[in-house]
Design a protein around this ligand. Structure first.
Ligand SMILES: Nc1ncnc2c1ncn2[C@@H]1O[C@H](COP(=O)(O)OP(=O)(O)OP(=O)(O)O)[C@@H](O)[C@H]1O
Ligand SMILES: [Mg+2]
Length: 282
């Protein structure tokens, strides 16, 4: 566990809980955790006023082992900041962070981070992009290639490994990025709006493919989206944030895995929960 800095001076006034259908707040006591943030604060200096501005203040968060947690909230509330802290890209101003029992930096080989934009390297072929985390881990070239091609095929991209990113559609590029995220078998996946830029149909397919792999592997996931339907479709738990990382909702999603992604969104319970969540989004 890393402890950094001194505690923030202005703790927020506690956790607001949702009412009605969203009352099922999970108790996290005594379970195995993949990632924990305790009283984490992040402050940036505002270039205009030159004063510190808190993005997160005494923020607590937990993702259980094998749990699929979805973070939602309005633009600018700090979702990407949370992922950056968990990945070790950003060191908080204060508070403690633990990922798989270590500091995020120590755990980095066990973390897969997928950005909203596919972020593929344009000079590398699709297969070589997927191989990147395996190169980092020192896997030998033949094995790297085999695993990359297997993962691409799994995501419907059989025979595409020799194409460059610019020769692929956006949906295909995003699936290459998905293959790269999964290929090394990370214990914790951090996913920042991975399907946001896709058209409606491709999004449905990519989500279904992702969920299928997740349901087989059950790795811990912290997933950010603006789409409440997507949050309900995929997640075990939904955490809704307001500005400053204030937790508005902490909902245990009542649907069991594996889920039928084509039927579930049309059920009454799903629609009601989606409606309730949208009412909480401030
Ligand atoms: N490096 C930085 N320097 C200064 N301010 C920053 C920095 N990174 C983030 N911020 C600020 O922190 C706040 C939260 O940013 P963050 O990217 O976490 O929001 P978000 O919830 O992911 O938003 P979105 O839904 O639009 O992606 C924003 O006000 C942003 O301007
Ligand atoms: Mg963001």
């Amino acid at each position: 566990m890393i402890e950094v800095g001194t505690p923030a001076t202005e703790p927020h006034s506690g956790t607001m809980r949702a009412a009605g259908a969203l009352d099922e707040v999970v108790s996290d006591n005594g379970r195995e955790v993949a990632a924990t943030l305790k009283r984490v604060s992040v402050a940036f200096v505002d270039p205009k006023t030159k004063r510190s501005k808190f993005v997160l203040q005494n923020f607590d968060f937990e993702c259980g082992r094998g749990e699929f947690v979805v973070l939602v909230g309005r633009s600018g509330c700090g979702k990407t900041t949370v992922l950056n802290i968990l990945s070790g890209l950003l060191t908080p101003t204060s508070g403690s962070v633990e990922v798989l029992g270590k500091s995020p930096r120590e755990a980095r080989r066990q973390i897969g981070y997928m950005f909203a934009r596919d972020a593929l390297m344009p000079w590398r072929r699709a297969g070589k992009n997927v191989e990147l985390p395996l190169e980092r881990d020192g896997v030998d070239p033949g094995e790297r290639q085999r695993r990359a091609e297997e993962m691409l095929a799994r995501l419907g991209l059989e025979g595409k490994s020799s194409l460059y990113p610019w020769q692929l559609s956006q949906g295909m590029r995003q699936r290459v990025a998905l293959a790269r995220t999964w290929v090394s078998g990370p214990e914790l996946l951090l996913m920042d709006e991975p399907f946001a830029a896709l058209d409606a149909q491709t999004k449905i397919e990519a989500r279904a493919e992702f969920l299928k792999i997740w349901e087989e592997r059950r790795r811990s996931v912290v997933f950010v989206t603006h789409d409440l339907g997507e949050a309900l479709l995929l997640g075990d738990r939904i955490v809704m944030l307001a500005t400053g990382g204030k937790e508005l909702v902490n909902l245990k999603v009542p649907f069991q895995h594996p889920r039928d992604v084509s039927e579930l969104p049309f059920t009454k319970e799903f629609r009601e929960l989606e409606h309730d969540l949208s009412q909480k989004l401030v």
